[in-house]
Design a protein. Structure first.
Length: 197
């Protein structure tokens, strides 16, 4: 049953964001050594977030005040990322590529959405997998989730550039659009957080 980690890992990185845009940019720039290092970093931190959140899920429920504060902090980070993306100078392509790389690595290590994502996914799938204190089940799920994450990255490496060419977009345009999406998403969840109190 842990194999359901594959579609969950794929879904988690299928939508455009800083991480998959960074992977696409590294692949199209033919920076394969950096790309390999970044892919390893993505899988490492994805596994840490996944394992850690699912392991402590028994202690931390979605209804708890701790979870609500973690979620609020996550979306404040999302808003900051969105603002930085909107304010980025789009004149210098090499600067944009460096910023995309730095922002992507920052998102890999401090991934604003991962803890809420895994808490919500964990609540949904924990009755199926019985994660509580079962290291083997969690480890098997994390392994399959890593496969799904790698599949999502491969989609961006091999087909992302064709999609961008089809829509005649470039990295700076995507950054602006995602910046707006992040700002709106962060604002919505922060307002919703305070309304629910």
């Amino acid at each position: 049953m842990s194999i359901i980690g594959i579609p969950i890992g794929l879904y988690g990185y299928l939508f455009p964001g800083n991480i998959n845009i960074m992977v696409l940019d590294l692949y199209t720039s033919k920076k394969y050594k950096t790309l390999l290092s970044v892919l390893c970093l993505i899988l490492l931190f994805e596994s840490i977030y996944c394992f850690g959140t699912l392991f402590f899920l028994g202690e931390l429920t979605v209804e708890s005040s701790i979870y609500k504060w973690i979620k609020l902090g996550s979306y404040i980070l999302v808003m900051i990322m969105g603002l930085l993306m909107l304010l980025e100078n789009s004149g210098n392509k090499s600067t944009i590529q460096k910023n995309t790389l730095y922002r992507g690595i920052f998102n890999v290590i401090i991934h604003p959405q991962q803890i809420p994502f895994w808490l919500i996914i964990g609540v949904v799938i924990s009755p199926l997998l019985n994660f509580k204190m079962n290291y083997f089940t969690i480890a098997a799920f994390v392994f399959f989730n890593s496969i799904g994450t790698l599949m999502a990255m491969c989609i961006y490496m091999f087909f992302g550039n064709k999609l961008l060419q089809f829509f005649k977009l470039n990295i700076s345009h995507i950054n602006k659009v995602m910046g707006i999406v992040y700002l709106l998403m962060g604002t919505y969840f922060i307002v919703n957080h305070f309304i629910s109190y």
